[in-house]
Design a protein. Structure first.
Length: 190
């Protein structure tokens, strides 16, 4: 009979093992959601906080700074009458050239430059002077732009050189200093 008792005791020991293993399993398992909570918070809160700071702190600050010290800031902000009534900077006289397309020199007509730009000046009559001489100034613009090569446009600072060329050509064609600066609104090389 002693052999039968040993056999009966063995299954009882086996029954106790699963119960103790089940009790030990939750203690040995990592924290589950609690372990991932910091990572989830960072993944969700950090981008939202970055967007909020950029949208409500950085962008308004940059816009204020740009509008305070930039001549022609009324062009950037949209409506000149709003800036004038708010005491914003006075808008300098301007004249715009839109969708000017020329073939680049040395490309045998395979490459072209498409630009749009605004010319500003200090002369209050600048817009009317440019309007009166529109044909002459359009020809000057086409001559300056079509003399450019791909190598000219690939140089660092090529847009600044082009600005100076255009301002100089306009003032020379008009016989007096009317244009001060050129601001590109569109610049595509194809």
């Amino acid at each position: 009979m002693p052999a039968k008792t040993e056999a009966k005791e063995a299954p009882a020991a086996e029954k106790e093992k699963p119960a103790s293993a089940a009790a030990a399993a939750p203690a040995a398992a990592p924290g589950g959601l609690k372990a991932w909570l910091p990572a989830l918070v960072v993944a969700i809160v950090a981008p939202a906080a970055s967007w909020g700071v950029a949208q409500f702190v950085l962008l308004p600050t940059l816009q204020k700074k740009l509008l305070q010290g930039t001549p022609g800031a009324a062009i950037v902000s949209g409506d000149a009458s709003k800036n004038a009534t708010k005491g914003g900077p006075a808008q300098p006289p301007t004249y715009g050239f839109d969708n000017v397309v020329v073939n680049l020199a040395g490309t045998m007509g395979t490459r072209y430059l498409k630009v749009g730009f605004v010319v500003t000046g200090s002369d209050p009559a600048m817009h009317s002077v440019f309007e009166e001489n529109k044909v002459k100034l359009t020809d000057v613009t086409l001559n300056v732009l079509s003399s450019l090569t791909m190598a000219d446009l690939e140089e660092p600072g090529s847009k600044n050189v082009l600005r100076e060329k255009l301002v100089g050509a306009y003032n020379q064609a008009l016989g007096r200093k009317v244009a001060d600066q050129v601001y590109f609104t569109d610049f595509v090389v194809q």
